[in-house]
Design a protein around this ligand. Structure first.
Ligand SMILES: Nc1ncnc2c1ncn2[C@@H]1O[C@H](COP(=O)(O)OP(=O)(O)OP(=O)(O)O)[C@@H](O)[C@H]1O
Length: 552
């Protein structure tokens, strides 16, 4: 799914002025320097050692800026809205102060919640916490629905130890049910499952809420997770204190009769929020949902969007089909893969990249599937290419991602939503097979490379008529220069024989897949009719095989 535009973004080829007053005087992160680990005041030495063990020797500017506003002089007084480029280290920017501030906690309970839009992203963020939190005795949990709900619950909630012969009654909510984790990384759906159904799961002690990939999360309601979390953590809500174990009595008192900190209607300790994205929304309506407390805006540079410093953008112009001879019978098959000569350009480009890790983006799950199938029919490319999209099962996606991380796969053909925030070491190239419609989409796609100060390339395949629009689109971001990458026509010509065969095989494959889908649908319809006739169960509407096209 493409990124939708916002009202304020419709004509903003130049600087766009934020609507909200507090966004007009931001902290400019681009003016902040990196900071060597030992140079921060009050940093926990064990944390620094844990960071050093992962090869980190200094903090990136956004991490320094957030540290200043949390552990530093800012003292978590204000909620933080962070707009910082892809790969600039936003994860550690929030993980580090949270772990530092919780490192002195006496009693284990759930105090920090990080919400992310996808499972893979949540897993990735949990790994980041897992590299630092144990060093100071903190536990990190995951609620993403990767394992069974029972397994997940047993990882999150500590059951009382029973005497031999005694039976635990799950309906009897005893005060001994306690959180096993201090920090929870969750996707909204699974979080709601636990809020609604898991005995002993409570947000009553929550002090820190991180909404990562904020604009993505605010785009959909996800079972009203945000209003629910805000309601459950609101200090005035009596329902909060229903199941407070006696050990937390003092905390309950502080929450309920919180001291005013000079900001009307807000009590202390309040729920501190940090919201982050590389393309943070400026839509007042959306930001209002977060109920931010005296928010501070941290952004990088003058313009609303910024590409990574070390990213080089290239456009690859595709010749018209008349310029390169193509026989008539190919044309009908070409429609299957959605375009004319693009696949040839892609293959030629992949060949020049010589097996470097690369992500190829398409505009839909269907094109992802077709393109990946087609590329794999180009027999001797000697590149391992796999598909990664929302049409696949989570287990298959995770397996593919693992192999890609390990370098067993060189090229991932992907749809958009799955790759936002994804951090895979060594991705040197991104290819926009389908031109992104929005600058936000370009930023998140291109941002899979040139991360953490590394260099990277983003190629966009363009038809002649798309060039002008693409140029305008890039102008919406800082450091937007775009070079031309030419693919020699001889390379295209040399690929033609194998391309014709590959297209034929793709056509056969799609026909057989369509046949299989139809057969499954007929069988399902028969089954439902049988259920209806036999048991008078109303048949559920059939899912059309075309329906997943909206997913990405
Ligand atoms: N201080 C640091 N020194 C070296 N590497 C770092 C540092 N901080 C983060 N990194 C690395 O930088 C990479 C990008 O970090 P991260 O995933 O947090 O970026 P991000 O800003 O969240 O990007 P995106 O917007 O795409 O989600 C990661 O591989 C991370 O390990």
């Amino acid at each position: 799914m493409e990124e939708p535009t916002e009202q304020s973004n419709k004509n903003d080829t130049k600087k766009s002025v934020p609507v909200l007053p507090w966004m007009r005087s931001p902290v400019d992160v681009s003016l902040i320097d990196e900071c060597p680990l030992g140079h921060r005041c009050g940093a926990n030495i064990k944390l620094d050692l844990a960071l050093q063990n992962t090869g980190i020797t200094s903090l990136f500017p956004v991490q320094v800026a957030v540290w200043q506003e949390t552990i530093g002089p800012g003292s978590f007084e204000r909620d933080l809205c962070v707009n910082s480029p892809t790969g600039s280290g936003k994860t550690l920017a929030y993980a580090l102060p949270i772990v530092q501030v919780l490192s002195t906690r006496a009693v284990k309970c759930l105090r920090a919640l990080v919400v992310l839009p996808t499972r893979d992203l949540a897993l990735q963020v949990k790994e980041v916490f897992a590299t630092i939190a144990p060093a100071v005795g903190l536990s990190v949990g995951l609620a993403v629905g990767q394992s069974s709900i029972a397994d997940e619950i047993s990882g999150l909630i500590k059951r009382p130890k029973l005497e031999a012969g005694l039976c635990y009654d799950p309906d009897n909510l005893s005060p001994e049910l306690q959180s096993s984790v201090d920090i929870l990384v969750a996707t909204p759906g699974r979080l709601m499952d636990h809020i609604n159904n898991t005995k002993g799961f409570t947000l009553e002690h929550l002090c820190y809420l991180v909404v990562d990939e904020t604009d993505r999360l605010l785009r959909e309601a996800y079972q009203s997770w945000l209003p629910t979390v805000l309601r459950l953590t609101c200090s005035g809500d009596e329902s909060l204190f229903r199941h407070v174990p006696s050990t937390f009595g003092s905390l309950k008192t502080i929450r309920k009769f919180g001291v005013e900190r000079g900001f009307k209607g807000k009590s202390y300790p309040r729920l501190v929020k940090m919201v982050l994205s590389a393309t943070l929304t400026q839509d007042p309506g959306k930001l209002a949902q977060l109920d931010l407390h005296h928010p501070l805006f941290l952004t990088t540079g003058q313009m609303r969007y910024r590409l990574p410093e070390q990213l080089e953008s290239y456009k690859v112009e595709i010749a018209m089909s008349e310029d390169i001879k193509i026989n008539r019978t190919d044309l009908s098959t070409l429609e299957i893969c959605g375009s004319n000569l693009k696949p040839l350009y892609l293959v030629a480009l992949l060949q020049t990249l010589q097996g470097e890790k690369c992500i190829v983006f398409t505009s839909s799950v269907e094109s992802t599937h077709r393109l990946c199938t087609l590329l794999n029919y180009f027999g001797d490319l000697r590149i391992k290419i796999k598909e990664y999209s929302g049409l696949q099962r989570q287990s298959l996606r995770s397996k593919t991602l693992k192999a890609f991380r390990a370098g067993k796969i060189q090229v991932l053909v992907s749809s958009d939503a799955m790759t936002r925030g994804m951090d895979v070491e060594g991705v040197r190239n991104v290819i926009n097979y389908d031109t992104p419609a929005y600058i936000k989409t370009y930023i998140h796609r291109a941002g899979r490379t040139a991360r953490a100060g590394q260099s990277g390339h983003c190629f966009t395949l363009l038809h002649k008529e798309e060039v002008k629009r693409f140029k305008k689109l890039l102008q919406k971001a800082d450091n937007n220069s775009c070079l031309v990458h030419s693919v020699p026509s001889e390379s295209i010509e040399s690929l033609r024989p194998i391309y014709t065969t590959a297209l034929e095989r793709l056509k056969e494959c799609i026909e057989s897949e369509t046949y299989r889908k139809r057969k499954i649908n007929v069988t399902m319809a028969k089954g439902m009719r049988y259920m209806h006739d036999r048991f008078e169960v109303a048949p559920a509407p059939l899912v059309s095989p075309q329906e997943p096209s909206n997913a990405t």
